[in-house]
Design a protein around this ligand. Structure first.
Ligand code: GRF
Length: 200
């Protein structure tokens, strides 16, 4: 069984979509551990409720990123795929290299448009008519790795960050479990910047 580690920072609704896909039998994988960089966040409760091992590795208690990441790495032994689900920290190039091709992220825009921490705000300020979400492998840049799946969502004239993010989140909850399933089935082949999805 493919072993996943899911790293989160807050609410954990993307984590929940993965838990639900596993519980429904749609995704044949197990979550070995959920790790958060903040204490008392909903993602920890969601993991606990699902009977999944969960650990807070509080970034604030570490003097530097290297020590913080060493602690994370201790908990990733035997993990096949590391899934970033609303994890609001940039991982070091060393960390990314260790998990090259085995580290995924979801970002709430149609990359390469609107990378960074304020995608919805940036989308609304720019005035684009379509946004969406992107699942990608993580490389050493920010939100720049090879794209696995995307879903498009219309931006409405009266959208706020809250309404837009809610509609995009619905799509995130569809494409993230789907992308992980493709990985689990060995159907993702990275060729340079491209991710080929192999036939069933
Ligand atoms: C999602 O919008 C995801 O795209 C972004 O952070 C948000 C996490 O939401 N990276 P949640 O914590 O999974 O509910």
């Amino acid at each position: 069984m493919t072993k996943l580690a899911v790293l989160c920072s807050g609410r954990g609704s993307d984590l929940q979509s993965i838990i639900d896909a596993i519980n429904s039998g749609e995704l044949q994988a197990e979550i070995s551990v959920v790790i958060t960089d903040k204490p008392n966040v909903q993602a920890l409760t969601r993991a606990e409720n699902a009977g999944i091992k969960n650990i807070c590795i509080n970034r604030k208690l570490f003097d530097n990123r290297a020590d913080f990441e060493t602690e994370i790495l201790k908990n990733l032994v035997g993990v096949d795929l590391v899934v970033l689900a609303g994890f609001m920290r940039i991982l070091s190039p060393d960390f990314v290299k260790k998990f090259s091709g085995r580290l995924m992220n979801i970002h709430p825009s149609l990359l390469p448009a609107f990378p960074g921490a304020h995608a919805h705000r940036d989308v609304l300020n720019y005035g684009v008519k379509i946004s969406g979400c992107t699942v990608h492998f993580v490389d050493e840049g920010t939100d720049s790795g090879p794209i696995i799946l995307q879903a498009a969502v219309k931006v409405l004239d009266d959208d706020t960050e809250e309404t837009l993010s809610a509609r995009i989140l619905e799509q995130e909850h569809v494409i993230y479990p789907r992308a992980i399933k493709l990985f689990v089935e060995g159907r993702l082949k990275i060729v340079g910047r491209h991710v080929k999805i192999l036939e069933d």
